[in-house]
Design a protein around this ligand. Structure first.
Ligand SMILES: OC[C@@H]1[C@H](O)[C@H](O)[C@@H](O)CN1C(=S)Nc1ccc(F)cc1
Length: 395
């Protein structure tokens, strides 16, 4: 959606994968979906260096609502869990230089059974969110049919615009109609939404992450051209820092989300994050690849019989990113290749290893490259022609 917002993929934090629909604030006050949780996360984003790296959105997901709309027919937060109201929470978030996201559902109910936004409620819900100072809307699609979705998703886009408040618009519509053409028109998606969920929900496991990566790669011819500034495919949240990924697998998700120009929206507990997870999520070069101003989503370049896969993304200033993924090996694999084999033009290059911080100089397109990749791990390089060295930040 070309209205100046999200010219690079959104970055921030979202409650759902880590905190789900925990509404038990009596027995679980630290983890339940409440204003306290979002204030805690806003504090962490503002105090632990996240905001300066670009992580700016604090996004409320399902289960924030009261079970009834108010006497004016407006959505309202659960009064026990959000006693101060959403406008006050938005002020708290804004005071810390951050932005607030919220969740609604095109349909009779949200996926977890809270009040939905039926077609007649779209305008009043958009106005309500704008009046609260909300900056981002995740619009889910449970409990609605394809006709209601076809009417509702464009109508919400118009309604948000009509509020006069710049609100980033995330659409779950493709997920509910199979994620691929002809049921999904990605040109239309790019006109009405800033980002869209294409595929099933992510879970806290490597199986889930690699399943999503495989689906996006197998369908990249339909998906990759749909992405660009203001219009992003959304393979779902970063689950780095939770319970299911090893360090190598966490690096793999960060590297592949950078190649896919995916939103970098974490769902984890920033209050107890390990140093390893923080180092991966705060990796400046991985973030700068993800946020590259050209906004060109990358692709899977090749799959070897050894189950080594190579991903490539073109970047600004004649730079590019390469990711070597060991998909199904069970020991470190020494992969031999050359830039020529990866379709690079003749010339001399330098490569910065994103996770070790080492720079390789004096590479030509024929230099024999030997890359050791751990099982379910990656090696990621930021590559630029030596003659353009002056353009590239020295990290
Ligand atoms: O309730 C909200 C939750 C999260 O917002 C996800 O990101 C959305 O994709 C939808 N969603 C859930 S759990 N959706 C859902 C997923 C599987 C299922 F069997 C029934 C509902």
């Amino acid at each position: 959606l070309d209205n100046g917002l999200l010219r690079t993929p959104p970055m921030g934090w979202m409650a759902w994968e880590r905190f789900r629909c925990d509404v038990d604030c009596k027995d679980d006050p630290k983890n339940c979906i409440s204003e306290n949780l979002f204030r805690d996360m806003a504090d962490r984003l503002a105090e632990d260096g996240w905001r300066e790296l670009g992580y700016e959105y604090v996004i409320i997901d399902d289960c924030w609502m009261s079970k009834q709309r108010d006497e004016h027919g407006r959505l309202q937060p659960d009064p026990l869990r959000f006693p101060g109201g959403i406008a006050k929470l938005a002020r708290y978030v804004h005071d810390r230089g951050l932005k607030l996201g919220i969740y609604a559902d095109m349909g009779t109910h949200t996926c977890m059974g809270y009040p939905g936004t039926t077609l007649d409620k779209i305008e009043i819900d958009a106005q309500t969110f704008a009046s609260w100072g909300v900056d981002y809307l995740k619009f889910d699609g449970c409990h609605s049919n394809p006709v209601e979705q076809m009417i509702g998703y464009p109508r919400m886009s118009k309604a948000l615009n009509a509020t006069g408040r710049p609100i980033a618009y995330s659409c779950s519509w493709p997920v509910y109609v199979g994620g691929l053409p002809p049921n999904v028109n990605y040109s239309l998606m790019g006109e009405i939404c800033h980002l869209w969920r294409n595929y099933y929900d992510i879970q806290d496991s490597w199986d889930s992450v690699i399943n999503i990566v495989d689906w996006f790669s197998n369908n990249q011819d339909a998906l990759q051209p749909a992405a660009g500034p203001g219009r992003w495919n959304d393979p779902d949240m970063l689950v780095i820092g939770n319970f299911g990924l090893s360090i190598d697998q966490a690096r793999s998700q960060m590297a592949l989300w950078a190649i896919m120009a995916a939103p970098l929206i974490m769902s984890n507990d920033l209050r107890t994050l390990s140093n390893d997870a923080r180092a991966i999520l705060q990796n400046k070069v991985a973030i700068s690849i993800n946020q590259d101003p050209r906004g060109m989503q990358g692709r899977r370049l090749l799959q070897e019989k050894s189950h080594i896969e190579v991903y490539w993304r073109p970047l600004s200033n004649s730079a590019s990113a390469l990711v070597f993924l060991s998909h199904r090996q069970d020991m470190p694999y020494l992969y031999h290749t050359s830039l020529a084999k990866l379709h690079y033009d003749p010339g001399s290059y330098e490569a910065y290893d994103v996770f070790t911080g080492r720079t390789m100089t004096g590479l030509t397109h024929t230099t024999d490259l030997k890359v050791s990749i751990n099982p379910s791990g990656v090696v990621m390089w930021y590559i630029y022609p030596t003659k353009h060295k002056r353009f590239h930040n020295t990290w």
